[in-house]
Design a protein around this ligand. Structure first.
Ligand SMILES: [Zn+2]
Length: 111
């Protein structure tokens, strides 16, 4: 899975958590508004000019989201970010694992 694919997957899952709590959607379904937001976010990631070298969107110097969409996605991330580990423990573990790999790589290189 590439970095972009991974982030697309995470955004979608964050929206699922958010939509279920805030808009009363069924599990694994998004309401109309959240579907639009998801489509937009997926497209932005696909067209990210940094490709698989992209930094976290939060730290990215290019603000490619329209202000309205940006505000909405920030709200979703603020809510779902800390809850991801609870709803999707496998993804949380994967995330940790990635960090761990990076760390290992850095220490090996430093030798
Ligand atoms: Zn929704």
């Amino acid at each position: 899975m590439t970095q972009i694919e991974y982030e697309q997957h995470i955004v979608y899952r964050m929206l699922l958590v958010f939509c279920r709590k805030h808009h009363g959607s069924d599990k694994n379904l998004l309401c109309k508004n959240c579907t639009q937001l998801n489509n937009y976010a997926q497209l932005r990631l696909e067209n990210c000019k940094f490709g698989n070298d992209k930094p976290a969107c939060k730290k990215c110097p290019v603000h490619c989201y329209k202000p309205v969409m940006r505000e909405q996605i920030r709200e979703v991330m603020r809510y779902s970010g800390p809850r991801m580990a609870f709803y999707y423990p496998i993804d949380a573990v994967k995330h940790l694992f990635r960090k761990h790999n990076k760390y290992k790589y850095k220490t090996q290189k430093a030798k």
